[in-house]
Design a protein around this ligand. Sequence first.
Ligand SMILES: [Zn+2]
Length: 116
Amino acid sequence: MARAREGSAFTPQQIAEYEAYRRRRPQMLRDIATKMQCWNICERSACRRGKTCLGDHASACISAVIRSVSEEERAIFQLALQLRIDGLDGKAAWAEASRRIARQVAAMAGLGLPAG
Ligand SMILES: [Zn+2]
């Protein structure tokens, strides 16, 4: 296996892939923030006006949106993502995740436990 330089644990290909990812990451975060409609809560008027994430603050906007939703909504989102990874389409994943989490919440309420 070729090494980028003496003593490096990474190959030139691994380093090139990491650098490519680092270059793509800001736009990926802006795309995710825009899909999550983070512009609704963004402090920057340009984002709200354009209904899109602009600039280098997408990560902060995504975190703010995630903090603003309930524990139950976060659980649905997390499970829906897993179901998407497992192969369901977006609508089916959301519906299935909503159904499963609602069942869990009802079960917890039946036990006298707070849903979160
Ligand atoms: Zn913004």
